[in-house]
Design a protein around this ligand. Structure first.
Ligand SMILES: C[S@@+](CC[C@H](N)C(=O)[O-])C[C@H]1O[C@@H](n2cnc3c(N)ncnc32)[C@H](O)[C@@H]1O
Length: 225
């Protein structure tokens, strides 16, 4: 592969995600893409950094990452908390195999699991922090149950605001979690939650049924409070 500098510049563009899989791998990497869905990617570096900033992992904490993807984010987590404290789960076997060959620091490697991340990973619970790099329409109850009381869940949550809200939740230890949106992102949805669902059914206010901009949403919330 010639021109390494150009490749590096192309790959590490701050605001450009890289698509790594189309239609769950049914479309080969060289296309044709047509209107097939993108099902694997690495988020743009700006989003990776922003999510790690909000997750705020501390040395020695136990982390579960949902959506290993390319395996880029996983060693960043490992560098911070120690590889033995990181479990990362990926539903797609091919992507998971590829991620397992991604470089990591000498010494122990993070624990990579192939499986359904919507079920979390019970053998490693309780986690101090959980990060999902795939969006959900509804936060799975088991995620909350697998985080220790006071532990954190950071996940893109499908919203009526024409983007995913980056939800930062703190588990209350009684099966609930509270938090806020700390940003706006755009992620692919977990395999099990791809099917659109009515926002009313998901617990959003009824006006949310018609997608609105973030500003319109803010105004509605202000008017109702
Ligand atoms: C945006 S990519 C993840 C990027 C990744 N963190 C990285 O550093 O490359 C989303 C990933 O979530 C995976 N995924 C989707 N649904 C999943 C599920 N239910 N459980 C685990 N992984 C899932 C997809 O296969 C895809 O690899």
């Amino acid at each position: 592969m010639g021109r390494p500098r150009q490749w590096l510049r192309a790959v590490y563009r701050t605001r450009s995600p890289l698509i790594t899989q189309i239609a769950d791998g049914e479309v080969p990497p060289d296309g044709p893409t047509g209107c097939a869905d993108f099902t694997g990617s690495i988020s743009c570096p700006a989003v990776v950094v922003n999510m790690l900033h909000h997750l705020d992992p501390q040395p020695g904490e136990r982390i579960l990452e949902i959506g290993t993807g390319t395996g880029y984010n996983t060693p960043l987590l490992a560098e911070r908390v120690g590889a033995v404290n990181v479990t990362s789960i990926e539903i797609d076997e091919t992507l998971a195999e590829r991620a397992a060959t991604a470089p990591h620091a000498p010494g122990p490697a993070p624990h990579l699991v192939v499986g359904e991340g919507e079920e979390g990973y019970p053998p490693g619970a309780w986690y101090d922090r959980m990060i999902s790099t795939a969006a959900v329409r509804q936060v799975p109850q088991v995620w909350i149950d697998q985080v220790r009381p006071g532990g954190v869940i950071l996940t893109p949550l499908d919203s009526p605001f024409q983007c995913d809200g980056l939800a930062l939740l703190v588990a209350d230890g009684y099966g609930g979690a509270n938090g806020a949106f700390v940003g706006a992102v755009d992620f692919m949805t977990t395999r099990g939650q791809r099917e659109p669902r009515s926002y009313a059914e998901l617990g959003w206010p009824t006006w949310a049924e018609h997608r609105v901009t973030v500003e319109e949403g803010r105004q509605r919330v202000r008017a109702e409070s």
